[in-house]
Design a protein around this ligand. Structure first.
Ligand SMILES: C[S@@+](CC[C@H](N)C(=O)[O-])C[C@H]1O[C@@H](n2cnc3c(N)ncnc32)[C@H](O)[C@@H]1O
Length: 344
């Protein structure tokens, strides 16, 4: 028997791929964006249900694990401390309603790491409290894609709520560090920059994050508000202008970037070129069979919004190894006890 999961705020299915790879079965999906739905159904053969706020939790099939990389919204806390009622009007409230109705063994939530500090930490505290009040043991950790075999410095917060004992993040199987060089195409059509289009710095140094900053593009600079003789700093500090060496990791692929302005330095060639779209998907853990959206801007947006698949796969495998799933016989016993005590 395969354990079952539901894939909420599914995007292009990064969570689904990780859990399917680990042997779980998807029984329900929701994603409101039509362009994501198109890509999802092309790759997984199922069109996701739309707006989660319109879905009746009672109509969702039974499942063991709820997965959601949900958008972060502030809560207008009434101060009445009613648990998940305090989250009413947000998408997290819809997640809570499904948890309340379906009582899964495990809930895995993912978000940007800023969620912890959002709205003076009130958002995060409310989320943890709501899950506690629903009867779950809750634990969380910031995980970085570079610790799971990808050459990308991508930090995300993972919140894992369990009915059974706590999920133990220290049992996650990490992988040894890799560099961007090992993930690049050696043949194909590449977009190189002219030497006049960039400046390399004299003393590149690897940062703790694994990034190896080597230079910046000579783009138009922000003159407004910039002190005289410091114009070059403006170029250096604008993230889309920075150039990193392939002997290090790549910075986070963001969702706001729709033109794919990620430029990499190849020491062997003494040249700078654009990271291709296929390479972008590869450093998120998507394999070459994955069919992307036909529109370039959408492709970049969708991958920037997605999850690093090896991180998800490691979580899925660890959930199994840590025995966090209530099996059929336990469910049966729980059901019998329930009817013994509550039937008249
Ligand atoms: C951060 S992305 C998650 C991406 C996903 N984890 C992946 O691997 O591609 C959040 C997603 O929530 C979707 N979303 C936002 N509001 C929604 C709603 N009311 N119902 C269903 N999906 C929604 C967005 O369209 C977006 O794709």
């Amino acid at each position: 028997m395969k354990y079952k999961f539901i894939d909420l705020f599914a995007g292009i299915g990064g969570f689904r791929k990780g859990f399917e790879d680990a042997g779980f079965e998807c029984v329900f999906t929701s994603e409101i964006n039509e362009k994501c739905q198109e890509v999802y159904s092309t790759n997984f053969g199922e069109k996701p249900y739309g707006d989660i706020t319109q879905i009746n939790p009672k109509e969702i099939p039974d499942f063991d694990i709820l997965l959601a990389g949900f958008p972060c919204q502030p809560f207008s806390i009434s101060g009445k401390k009613k648990g998940f009622e305090d989250t009413r009007g947000t998408l997290f409230f819809d997640i809570c309603q499904i948890i309340d109705e379906k009582q899964p063994s495990v809930v895995v939530l993912e978000n940007v790491k800023h969620l912890i500090h959002h709205d003076k930490k009130r958002t995060f505290t409310t989320i943890l409290k709501a899950l506690n009040n629903l009867g779950y043991n809750v634990t969380h950790k910031i995980l970085n894609a570079k610790d799971f075999g990808l050459p990308q410095n991508r930090e995300r917060i993972f919140i894992i709520a369990t009915k059974n004992h706590y999920f133990n993040f220290s049992k996650l199987k990490t992988k040894k560090k890799v560099i961007l060089k090992d993930f690049l195409d050696t043949e194909g059509e590449f977009e190189f920059l002219e030497k006049s289009e960039y400046t390399l710095i004299n003393t590149p140094r690897k940062q703790a994050s694994g990034l190896l900053f080597v230079g910046y593009r000579n783009k138009n600079i922000w003159k407004k508000g910039v002190r005289e003789n410091t114009e070059h700093l403006s170029r250096v500090h604008r993230q889309p202008n920075r150039i990193y060496s392939i002997d290090g990791t790549h910075p986070t692929i963001p969702s706001q970037e729709t033109a794919g302005r990620f430029f990499i330095y190849i020491p062997e060639l003494g040249a700078v070129r654009k990271l291709t779209i296929n390479e972008c998907y590869r450093i998120m853990g998507f394999d070459s069979n994955f069919i992307k959206h036909p529109n370039t801007g959408e492709r970049y947006k969708q991958i920037g919004n997605s999850v690093a698949i090896p991180v998800i796969r490691a979580i899925a495998e660890s959930i199994k190894e840590q025995n966090l799933l209530i099996n059929e016989s336990q469910r049966q016993i729980e059901g019998d006890l329930h009817s013994l005590f509550f039937s008249s």
